[in-house]
Structures are given as structure tokens and as C-alpha cells.
Design a protein around this ligand. Structure first.
Ligand SMILES: [Mg+2]
Length: 163
């Protein structure tokens, strides 16, 4: 078995209290590799609420970023590798919408963990105030890169301060 490879990711999604629909997803791997994609219906869903129109729709890249969910699933599978360790921020909805690319929970790849780590929980547990995000927000790849940076900063802060 290989070593766990950390993957920081973020999604933008539409949700109405009953269902979650993926709009876009960005992932950053520990070695610095990045992945970004938007769903075919992403722009459609991103136009369905005022908040999404104001915060998400305008950041969508469209064009070659738009892919079928089958393609997104297969590309993420390859990107994640043999032993991924997933990190998100306020992770719950992001985790469900990522997992739903595969169908049900039991349809997840065997080598994937059935849970996601959450920087919000780590920071809260240790009483750490995370640095504010600068630049573009609510673009899934920009958010994933902030998450990576904030997580590494947080780990160092915890170690330095013996928390
Ligand atoms: Mg986001």
C-alpha cells in the first residue's frame, strides 16, 4: 500500500433543501497538480438563485472546462490515485456531491475513504483562527488552493504553538 496522498477540493453546487447538483469542482493534490471541471448543467444550476448568480455563475469558465459527469468522475478517479485522503472546508455538502459522481455511498471506489476530513473542524478543535481568503472566492479551484494553503498554515500554527 502506498502513502496517503492528500487532496484538497472544493465544489460549487445548487441545493434546494432536498437535492444537491454539482456545478463545478476543483482539486489540488499534494504534489501541486490541479484539476478543475464544470458540469454540463452547471451554468443552468448556477443561474437558479440570486446568490449563485452573484457569487458562482460569474466565475464559471465554461468552454473546455465543461464535461460530462462520467468524464469528471473518471478524471477524478485517475487524479486521486491509489490512496487519497480528502480535505474540504465545511465539508459535508462538498463530500456528498463528490460521492454522488459515483452513485451511492457503497459505489465509491474501494480504495477511497468513506469520509472526508474538514479543515473547519480541525481549526475549531484547536481554537485556530484561519487566515481570510484573498482574491477570487467561490471559484472551486481557487477555493481548493486557499484550502490547501490554509490547511498547511494551520498545521504549522498548531505545531508551533503546541496546540
Ligand atoms: Mg467554494
Amino acid at each position: 500500500m502506498g502513502v496517503d496522498v492528500r487532496i484538497w477540493y472544493d465544489t460549487e453546487f445548487y441545493e434546494d433543501g432536498r437535492t444537491i447538483e454539482l456545478i463545478s469542482i476543483g482539486l489540488v493534490r499534494e504534489d501541486g497538480a490541479e484539476y478543475y471541471a464544470e458540469t454540463i448543467l452547471g451554468a443552468h444550476f448556477a443561474s437558479r438563485s440570486q446568490w449563485l448568480r452573484d457569487n458562482v455563475l460569474r466565475h464559471l469558465r465554461q468552454g473546455d472546462a465543461v464535461k460530462t459527469t462520467n468524464t469528471i468522475r473518471n478524471e477524478i478517479l485517475a487524479f486521486a490515485g491509489d490512496k487519497p485522503e480528502f480535505w474540504a472546508y465545511y465539508a459535508d455538502y462538498d463530500w456528498v456531491v463528490l460521492c454522488q459522481l459515483f452513485g451511492r455511498m457503497i459505489d465509491l471506489p474501494n480504495n477511497w475513504p468513506k469520509w472526508c476530513r474538514d479543515l473547519k473542524q480541525l481549526a475549531t478543535y484547536h481554537g485556530v483562527q484561519l487566515p481570510a481568503q484573498e482574491g477570487i472566492e467561490h471559484h472551486a479551484l481557487a477555493d481548493a488552493k486557499w484550502l490547501r494553503d490554509a490547511h498547511l498554515w494551520c498545521e504549522q500554527y498548531i505545531n508551533t504553538n503546541g496546540l
